[in-house]
Design a protein around this ligand. Structure first.
Ligand code: RP5
Length: 299
C-alpha cells in the first residue's frame, strides 16, 4: 500500500504552513532539506503553541506533559487511548513524542488533543459518473470512466475533503467510518429516531459490502506539530451499479458546510493529503485520474 511517505523524498508541506489553523501563530520556517530530524540543525527553534480549547481539557485531550497525574505510555496502547503509530516506533524527547515525518516549525499540540498520533478514519464512498441515460461517462482524453466520491466542504477551513473524523478511544475503526459518514454526510444527529434507524440500515448495507483499505498512516495535515500529528485509515466502499447510493439523502452535518458527489480528477484540491488517497482509489478501480484537455474542447 503506498500513499504519503517522507522516505520517498516527499517532505510534508501542509504541516509547515502558516498561520497555524484557527490562529495567527506563525510557524518558524523549515526548508525542505531541513525537515528530516536526521539532518542536524542545532539552531532549530520551533514556536510553542497549544490552543486554549485543548488546554481547557475537553474529554478528547491529554493534559500537558509534566503534569503530575499524566504518565502516558507512548508507542503503546495506553488503556483505551492508542498511542501507537502506524508508521512504526516514534522517538520521545524530553517527554514529548517527535513527529515521524520531521520538523514542522511548531511544538506543543496546536489544535490536536493527543501527544503523538491522533487517529482518524476516512470513508471514501465512490460510484461511476453516469449520464441521464444511466451510461458511464468516459473522459475524452484518458478514455477511462470517471469516478465520483462523496466530498464535504469543511466548516473550519472551507476546503473540500473526505468526510473523515477522529476515532474515539476504544472505538472500532469500522464504527468510526460509518458514524462519521452518517454525521457529516447525512446529518444523522439531527434526524428523528425513526429516520436515524432507516439511515443506519442503509449505511449498514453500504458499509458491509466488499471494501478495501486505501491507506494507513501519517496524514500531512495543517494541524500537525513537532509533537502531535494526524494518522488515518482510509477505506474505499464502491457502489458498482450506483443502485445503493442513488437515493442517499446527502445533507451536510455540523462540521460540514456542503456535501456533494465530486468528480475524481487530478485537479481536485483537497484538504491535507486527501488527494493522494483519492488518486489511489482511482488507480485501484482503473478510473480516470489525469488527462489534459485540448483547449479547443472548451470552445
Ligand atoms: C485528516 O483530518 C484526516 O484524514 C481526517 O479526514 C480528518 C479528521 O479530523 P476532523 O475532521 O475530525 O477534524 O487529517
Amino acid at each position: 500500500m503506498s500513499g504519503w511517505s517522507a522516505a520517498a523524498g516527499n517532505p510534508h508541506k501542509k504541516a509547515r504552513t502558516s498561520p497555524y489553523p484557527g490562529s495567527r501563530v506563525e510557524r518558524s520556517h523549515v526548508p525542505d532539506e531541513k525537515v528530516s530530524w536526521l539532518v542536524e540543525w542545532p539552531e532549530y527553534h520551533s514556536v510553542d503553541y497549544t490552543a486554549s480549547s485543548v488546554l481547557a481539557r475537553p474529554r478528547w485531550a491529554d493534559p500537558q506533559v509534566g503534569e503530575s497525574n499524566f504518565s502516558p505510555k507512548f508507542n503503546e496502547k495506553d488503556g483505551h487511548v492508542d498511542r501507537r503509530s502506524r508508521n512504526g516506533l516514534y522517538e520521545v524527547e524530553d517527554g514529548r513524542p517527535r513527529n515521524p515525518a520531521g520538523r514542522t516549525g511548531l511544538m506543543g499540540r496546536g489544535l490536536l488533543g493527543r501527544w503523538g498520533p491522533n487517529h482518524a478514519a476516512d470513508p471514501i464512498l465512490t460510484r461511476w459518473k453516469r449520464d441521464s441515460r444511466g451510461n458511464k461517462v468516459t473522459h475524452p482524453v484518458s478514455r477511462k470512466n470517471i469516478l465520483q466520491f462523496v466530498a464535504i466542504k469543511r466548516r473550519d477551513c472551507g476546503e473540500w475533503a473526505i468526510p473523515g473524523g477522529m476515532v474515539d478511544p476504544g472505538e472500532k475503526i469500522s464504527n468510526t467510518l460509518k458514524r462519521e459518514f452518517g454525521e457529516e454526510v447525512l446529518d444523522s444527529l439531527q434526524k428523528s429516531r425513526a429516520e436515524r434507524q432507516e439511515l443506519e440500515e442503509q449505511l449498514h448495507r453500504l458499509f458491509s459490502q466488499e471494501h478495501f483499505v486505501v491507506y494507513k498512516g501519517y496524514v500531512d495535515d495543517p494541524r500537525n506539530t513537532d509533537n502531535a500529528w494526524m494518522e488515518t485509515e482510509a477505506v474505499n466502499y464502491h457502489d458498482e451499479t450506483g443502485e445503493m447510493t442513488g437515493c442517499l439523502p446527502l445533507k451536510a452535518g455540523d462540521e460540514a458546510k456542503e456535501v456533494r458527489w465530486a468528480d475524481i480528477v487530478d485537479t481536485l484540491k483537497l484538504y491535507a493529503s486527501h488527494s493522494q488517497m483519492i488518486q489511489l482509489v482511482a488507480e485501484k478501480l482503473g478510473a480516470h485520474w489525469s488527462g489534459e484537455l485540448h483547449p479547443d474542447y472548451y470552445e
